[in-house]
Design a protein around this ligand. Structure first.
Ligand code: SF4
Ligand code: SF3
Length: 547
């Protein structure tokens, strides 16, 4: 195996024996094969769309869900991945048959006919279809940056599609980019162009998801979320899938149990649509990497709807209470199957088990405040602009992104604490758990930590920046008193970064370390064109970023 797609890649270069995330060699190899097959699907998908075949939609779903499946901390199950690759090839061949029957089969390059080996041989294929297939370091870096951006884009496209929102421009770009990943005729310049296009299609995808979420569940609004545990048994739901949450809440209304969010599901509390459920109790615990101890303390069943799942240690007592759904899989965890068209997922098993469990152990006291997505910020715009004009707010500091387990991430807690009292943090994603319980206070009633939501809601931060640009009448977002100190861990943060670059945002600081997949040559391009930088010490960075 060779994998360097996340911030915790071994030795800062790549995992070669077993992932720091817990991904095995077999799983990594199967994921490489899966991605290889997805490139062949892209060819037939584009043809099926051109030909107007109904089956194009099935291939679209498969491409998007395959890319999402290979994101860090989503799927750890070799058997499941093997089945998925076999099914993907079968679907590809079905679509090819239909294209042939309709007389619409285009000339096929040799690689799209790939169908070699078996699940057993794929498990040990090494890096033949993975990162190291590309020899030139810069081309490899650009190809992987593009693929990683596509994975993040796919996650957002998947969430939008679950709510019935699609945009052909997104899947058309995915097809083009997937087919470019092994195209030896493309040099660095063309690949840089595709990476930039990936960022702008990333904006389209994030806007689509924002529309899907807000039209379905309403605009997030200022909300105080309890972080305390109640006295009834509960179900803990984590990940990013709001549709799963909706169905779980609906199916558990009179069950005598409570529903708690963990990690990235916290922002669900900000949506008006979920406020009608009196058993939607609060948030329990922190970011994904603390889950082993927090799932243990929770005592009830846990539902993982997307990343980030941490492999439970053999001593974990919650293994028989761990449920996965959607793209998430873990060997031994019970899996809730997908909904049929027009139907719901069936959460009865998990609800019945919850009734037999103890209430969660009490971990924390109090509450946190969030819900500052773009509509809420716009509603406050007058107040915010006044505070800036009166000099009460001097700077906005975007500290969105991911959290992770490395000690170096204490930097973000210290950085947030060290910010002057006239600075406001704009956040989204699980990075917020490094500072959202610090009680940093408010400025004339505007909290100093404005949480827009999940990493999925990072689009809101761009809309907020554009709203401020209009309010202040400046030419470019770079003239605003906003600095970016973003933390990344997995691939969704990469599409957010590319999206910000495509919107013209400059001088973003990215930490705690720069991605291992950026070769020195590619890193240089990003530094020279966009002023991207890393982080140093809190003291130094407060000086350089805040002044
Ligand atoms: Fe390593 Fe990250 Fe890849 Fe897991 S996802 S194998 S930790 S680089
Ligand atoms: Fe977090 Fe995994 Fe990225 Fe959604 S849950 S931000 S790391």
């Amino acid at each position: 195996m060779f994998c360097f797609q996340c911030q915790e890649a071994a030795k800062g270069t790549g995992c070669t024996v077993r992932g720091v995330c817990g991904k095995t060699d077999e799983v990594a190899n199967l994921q490489d094969v899966y991605i290889h097959v997805v490139k062949t699907l892209a060819f037939y998908h584009a043809a099926a769309m051109d030909a107007g075949l109904d089956k194009a939609a099935l291939l679209e779903d498969e491409i998007i869900s395959a890319l999402f499946t290979t994101i860090t901390n989503v799927n750890f199950d070799a058997d499941d991945l093997g089945r998925k690759v076999v099914a993907a090839i079968k679907l590809r061949e079905d679509v090819r048959d239909e294209l042939a029957k309709a007389g619409k089969l285009p000339d096929e390059p040799a690689f799209v006919r790939w169908n070699e080996g078996t699940v057993e041989t794929w498990k040990s294929l090494g890096s033949q279809y993975g990162v190291m297939r590309t020899e030139n370091e810069d081309v490899r870096s650009l190809r992987e940056l593009l693929l990683i951006g596509l994975k993040g884009m796919a996650a957002y496209a998947h969430h939008a599609a679950v709510l019935g929102y699609r945009d052909d421009a997104v899947i058309r770009f995915m097809d083009k980019a997937l087919l470019a990943l092994d195209d030896d005729s493309l040099g660095a310049d063309e690949l840089v162009g595709l990476v930039m296009e990936c960022g702008s299609v990333g904006v389209t995808t994030m806007a689509l998801l924002d529309k899907a979420n807000t039209e379905t569940y309403g605009n997030p609004e200022i909300t105080e979320v309890s972080i305390e545990a109640g006295d009834r048994p509960g179900i803990l739901i984590s990940g990013h899938d709001l549709k799963d949450l909706e169905e779980l809440l609906e199916q558990s209304v009179d069950a005598g149990i409570d529903i708690y969010t963990h990690g990235e599901m916290l922002p669900a509390h900000y949506y008006p649509a979920f406020k009608k459920y009196s058993h939607f109790k609060g948030n329990y615990g922190n970011a994904w990497w603390k889950q082993v101890e927090e799932f243990e303390a929770f005592a009830g069943p846990i539902l993982m709807t997307t990343n980030c799942l941490v492999p439970p240690p053999s001593s974990a007592s919650y293994m028989d209470k761990l449920y996965t759904t959607g793209t998430v899989r873990y060997p031994g965890a019970k899996h809730i199957e997908d909904r049929k068209p027009g139907g719901q997922k069936d959460f009865s098993l998990i609800i019945e088990q919850a009734k037999t469990c103890q209430p969660p152990k009490k971990l924390e006291q109090g509450s946190i405040v969030g819900g500052f997505a773009h509509a809420q910020v716009k509603a406050l715009a007058g107040k915010v602009v006044d505070a800036v004009k009166q000099g009460k707010i001097k700077k906005f500091v975007v500290m969105a992104g991911c959290d992770g387990r490395f000690k170096t991430r204490n930097y973000y807690t210290e950085f947030a604490s060290a910010l002057p009292a006239d600075n406001v943090i704009l956040t989204a994603g699980c990075a917020k758990y490094r500072y959202n319980k610090l009680n940093l206070g408010d400025i004339d009633g505007i909290p100093r930590v404005l949480d827009a939501g999940q990493c999925n809601d990072s689009y809101s931060l761009a809309v907020t920046a554009l709203a401020l640009k209009n309010a202040f009448g400046v030419e470019s977002v770079n003239e605003l008193p906003i600095v970016y100190n973003i933390a990344w861990y997995e691939q969704k943060a990469v599409i957010v970064l590319l999206a910000l670059l495509s919107l013209g945002v400059k001088n973003i600081h990215l930490g705690p370390t720069l991605p291992a997949f950026l070769s020195p040559g590619v890193a240089k391009v990003l530094v020279e064109n966009f002023g991207i930088g890393g982080i140093s010490t809190v003291e130094e960075d407060i000086k350089t970023m805040i002044g």
